[in-house]
Design a protein around this ligand. Sequence first.
Ligand code: AMP
Length: 216
Amino acid sequence: MITLALSKGRIFDETLPLLKAAGIEVLEDPEKSRKLILTTNQPDVRVVLVRATDVPTYVQYGGADLGITGKDTLLEHGGDGLYQPLDLQIAKCRISVAVRSDFDYASAVRQGSRLKVATKYVAIAREFFAAKGVHVDLIKLYGSMELAPLTGLADAIVDLVSTGNTLKANQLVEVEHIMDISSRLVVNQAALKLKQAPIRKIIDAFAAALAKQAQA
Ligand code: AMP
């Protein structure tokens, strides 16, 4: 049995065409069922639904053989024990610093002020500001990051941005683009050895589908 860990929503939806290219069709719709294990048209391939931030853990410890997760999640989690063969170019966005539109970020940085930064991405934020030589107090949040500068909890946030609509709706502006994010295929290294043929087949089919997309 090959187990693939996915998170519901964007990653699940954008993975379906890649799975199809590998001859795998998921037989259940996660939006219509509460099931966490989904069968596919291949009797020896199943999909498990986990929180996006849990995908690396499932794959690292062998709860799943493969998984798909954002570069953001991998950087926060650390890639220990994970083989990362492919950038799947899905769920694309960027990770940025944003502040209230009336906050003078440039002069706060120039003056060497200590910035209060709220984020889910503490490791990424710490490394980014350390490289710039900016002193920060990091405040770990699990969601609704945009609220932090609006309520005075923080001066800035580090968060994922796609269209920028969420920032705009909350009178926040993007002041730094930290990095581009997309989702990666991650593989348990022991599984790669033990189940080499079926796992290679999936990796190769994904790679071929990506190459075809790139040509189109
Ligand atoms: P947007 O309004 O399109 O800029 O989207 C921003 C919101 O969607 C933020 O709350 C982000 O955390 C979330 N978001 C954007 N892109 C992604 C992604 N690829 N994966 C997960 N969350 C995302």
